[in-house]
Design a protein around this ligand. Structure first.
Ligand code: GLN
Length: 236
């Protein structure tokens, strides 16, 4: 990493964890930061690379079962993301990424495998796949409101005492107990694909606020229109 004053956005393992356009999460964070005059530096970390520890926001996407296992093994062996989270970095993880950052998760035969242990959740395997649109109301403490996304996962997630549910579901399966996602400090995981941040610009702004503090409001644009459109479609 070169620019020490820029907001450093680190995309973890695009070669293993990137289903359903997860790159959109990187792009929208960059765009919404730069519209406010905040310079960004984007770092792509492939699964053969070491994870840099000085990032501000780390992004992990979704993945099929086998790439998910490989990604978890490599991230555990590397240790960089665990150390970055321990010093307070923000982590935003989707679906397979969400399960990986927890204490443990179920492999494709439901055997528990160790995760990174930076979010107090445990994921097992459900009887069926959860597939479809999710609508959920985010914990009011986070000031995000209603979010939408697309879920496609076999895993089911239980939240431990150190983490809080991200949201309460209005529609969809999510964690499986009428909640969706979880957060603990600035580590946040969700089952929302779509990708989640372009579909929910207010969630992108939460991550930016955690790093840079108060943000100037932006005039509503296509992101807000997409959010309204998907919300109406999911609830119709
Ligand atoms: N393999 C995981 C599951 O099925 C995550 C899937 C995903 O990332 N879409 O639960």
């Amino acid at each position: 990493m070169t620019n020490t004053s820029a907001l450093r956005i680190v995309w973890i393992y695009p070669d293993l964890l990137s289903t359903y356009g997860d790159r959109g999460n990187v792009l929208i964070l960059q765009r919404r930061a730069e519209l406010r005059g905040i310079a960004t530096e984007i770092v792509h970390v492939h699964s053969s690379d070491a994870v840099p520890e000085q990032g501000d926001i780390y992004l992990l996407g979704g993945g099929e079962d086998r790439p998910q296992i490989l990604a978890a093994e490599r991230l555990r062996a590397d240790g960089g993301l665990i150390r970055a989270a321990a010093r307070g970095a923000c982590v935003f993880a989707v679906c397979a990424g969400y399960q990986i950052i927890g204490e443990n998760y179920g492999d494709d035969e439901a055997n528990p495998l160790p995760g990174l242990g930076i979010l107090d959740i445990r994921s097992g395997r459900g009887q069926s796949r959860a597939v479809g649109e999710i609508v959920a109301d985010v914990d009011p403490a986070l000031g995000v409101g209603r979010i939408t996304g697309f879920e496609n996962h076999q895993g089911r997630t239980e939240i431990g005492p150190s983490a809080r549910p991200l949201s309460t579901t209005v529609r969809g399966i999510g964690n499986d107990d009428r909640t969706e996602g979880a957060y603990q400090g600035q580590v946040l995981g969700t089952y929302l694909h779509g990708p989640a941040l372009p579909r929910n610009p207010q969630l992108a702004d939460l991550l930016l606020r955690w790093r840079v503090g108060q943000l100037a409001p932006l005039p509503p644009a296509w992101g807000e229109r997409l959010h309204e459109e998907r919300l109406a479609a999911a609830l119709s």
